[in-house]
Design a binder for this molecule. Structure first.
Ligand SMILES: Cc1cc2nc3c(=O)[nH]c(=O)nc-3n(C[C@H](O)[C@H](O)[C@H](O)COP(=O)(O)O)c2cc1C
Length: 176
């Protein structure tokens, strides 16, 4: 699949088939994350692959009862490693770069999953403490996104996007 096709064709999927996702596909998806850019090539992120039904249910509760998380065969939990980034970049690393590293990796994973015929949805609304408790997340690690993953059982219509003129500025913010 062409990269532009992957970018425009990917949709957030919130309904999944009851079909498991093969381990080699998950490895391919995580590998795509590894090839994302990262500050100083530090790759200050980690991912937890969750298949356990009870754990997925707890994650769905942590995400304010978003049931589709529990119903996905797999949930990837993308986390930023604040310490790893702070070791090199101090506060800018722990406050910003590690989150950006994780976000870049996540987007690569969403696109790779789509190219493999799988669906995902970035879920950012969750109770961080509950996710921490559920997955035994250490202090220096920050959960960034829950990403349910599975074979899509819906084909959502593309949500509208902003017009290019609405967000693209020329030279400065003061262009008219
Ligand atoms: C940072 C971020 C947080 C998001 N949080 C949620 C969420 O909590 N729940 C949800 O259902 N979708 C969430 N989404 C998915 C967006 O709703 C979705 O990407 C947007 O509506 C555009 O639709 P599309 O992904 O199909 O293009 C999130 C996406 C991003 C990037």
């Amino acid at each position: 699949m062409d990269v532009f096709e992957a970018i425009s064709g990917r949709r957030s999927i919130r309904k999944f088939k009851k079909k498991d996702v093969e381990r080699d596909l998950i490895l391919k998806i995580v590998e795509a994350g590894i090839w994302a850019p990262s500050a100083g090539n530090i790759q200050s992120w980690e991912v937890v692959v969750v298949r356990d039904e009870k754990t997925k249910e707890k994650l769905a509760v942590a995400a304010y009862m978003r049931d589709f998380i529990a119903k996905a065969p797999v949930v990837l939990v993308l986390c930023a490693d604040k310490q790893r980034s702070a070791n090199i970049y101090e506060e800018r690393g722990s406050d910003l770069y590690c989150i950006q590293d994780a976000a870049c990796a996540a987007q690569n994973m969403l696109l790779a999953a789509h190219a493999l015929g799988l669906g995902t949805c970035w879920v950012g609304a969750f109770d961080e403490e509950l996710v921490r408790k559920t997955l035994d997340v250490p202090e220096h690690i920050q959960p960034v996104a829950l990403i349910p993953l599975g074979y899509p059982d819906e084909k959502p219509y593309p949500p509208l996007r902003r017009e290019i003129d609405d967000l693209m500025n020329c030279e400065t913010f003061n262009d008219m």
